[in-house]
Design a protein around this ligand. Structure first.
Ligand code: TYM
Length: 328
């Protein structure tokens, strides 16, 4: 059975980009594939400076993952810090990737530039090594992610291949899987930048917990262009293309069909907003129910951690044996 692994950071609130680019595919895959999904709190430490914030965000993210339909009976949902093998194999991965390779990571360059006057942790630089550990620990064949994570999956492949050639066949070499619509949801206010928790304003980012009024407002104000022609053209018409992409992902209608259906921006914006609102409504209701029973959430995460550790500890031992570390 195909093994799937993907993770999300508990930093800020979950947004439409996370959902359409990745999370929705996690749900779709859970019944045909053997799926592991992590809330990667240790990755969040790369930018954390306040106490208690990450723990609360972790619990809320767990509620969101169950609310979108991940079923704890079939999907293994775990918190990264509950499975110490991630940190242990992370070090091995750091020793299998070069300084030069890490220096070429676009996300590091962008994030460190954004934090220019701020503290740039060494963890922000070595982050892809920990991500590689997250993936290979579970013998993952597929990693369902948004487009922005492709480079991190590529470097994971390079690391796994290098380890295998140094120490013998140990790790499965994974492949990234991205959706046809929604792989790169752009900021509604700045459609050449991806929708992100760290964008300058909230008005371009649609959060999973936004109320219908806020969603309508954000779509209504979405930046388009002055041409008044509905067409899918990422280069010349990024704003309109983003709206078509979101509506396509939310409604299931192909982008090309939608582009023919609309001749004005107004109806395209309001239909995109309505499609998103109806997609999110049941998720929001379920999220609030789950957040009312935090003890149950903690129990589900403990079950996930046990299942994840079983797999992760077997892989870590295999890697240590392949290297030939002295056993204790
Ligand atoms: P993170 O937490 O930033 O995002 C979680 C997932 O959401 C996708 N995503 C998007 N997809 C489309 N459009 C967008 N605007 C958009 N923004 C985010 C991301 O591609 C991702 O799939 N480094 C990872 C977390 C991670 C991970 C892993 C992922 C750690 N270990 C192992 C896969 C496998 C990250 O920061 O994702």
């Amino acid at each position: 059975m195909t093994r799937v692994l993907s993770c999300i950071q508990p930093t800020g609130d979950v947004h439409l980009g996370n959902y359409l680019g990745a999370l929705r595919n996690w749900v779709a895959g859970q019944h045909e594939k053997d799926v592991y999904h992590g809330i990667v709190d240790l990755h969040a430490l790369t930018v954390t400076t306040q106490p208690n914030v990450v723990g609360e965000a972790t619990l809320s993210l767990a509620a969101m993952l169950f609310a979108i339909g991940l079923d704890p009976n079939v999907a293994t949902i775990f918190v990264q810090s509950h499975v110490p093998e991630h940190s242990q194999l992370g070090w091995v991965m750091e020793c299998t990737v070069s300084f030069g390779e890490l220096s070429r990571m676009t996300q590091f360059k962008e994030k460190s530039a954004r934090r220019e006057a701020d503290f740039v942790s060494a963890g922000l630089f070595t982050y892809p090594a920990l991500q590689a550990a997250d993936i290979v620990l579970y013998d993952a064949d597929e990693v369902p992610v948004g487009d922005d994570q492709r480079q991190h999956i590529e470097i994971t492949r390079d690391i796994a291949i290098r380890f295998n050639s140094r120490f013998g066949d140990t790790f499965v070499v994974p492949a990234a899987v991205t959706p046809t619509a929604g792989a790169r949801v752009m900021d509604l206010q700045a459609p050449t930048s991806k929708m992100s928790k760290s964008s300058d304003t909230d008005s371009g980012c649609v959060y999973m917990l936004d109320d219908p009024k806020a969603i309508e407002k954000k779509f209504k104000r979405a930046v388009t262009d002055s041409e008044a022609v509905v067409a899918y053209d990422l280069k010349e018409k990024p704003g309109v293309s983003n709206l078509l992409d979101i509506l396509s992902a939310a409604s299931g209608t192909p982008v090309a069909t939608l582009a023919d259906q609309y001749s004005q921006y107004g109806p395209l914006k309001s239909d995109a907003a309505s499609a998103v609102i109806s997609m999110l409504e049941p998720i929001q209701a379920r999220y609030h129910e789950l957040m009312d029973d935090q003890a149950e959430l903690a129990r589900l995460l403990a079950v996930g951690a046990d299942r994840a550790r079983e797999q992760a500890s077997a892989t870590l031992s295999r890697a240590y044996r392949a290297i030939g570390l002295l056993s204790n």
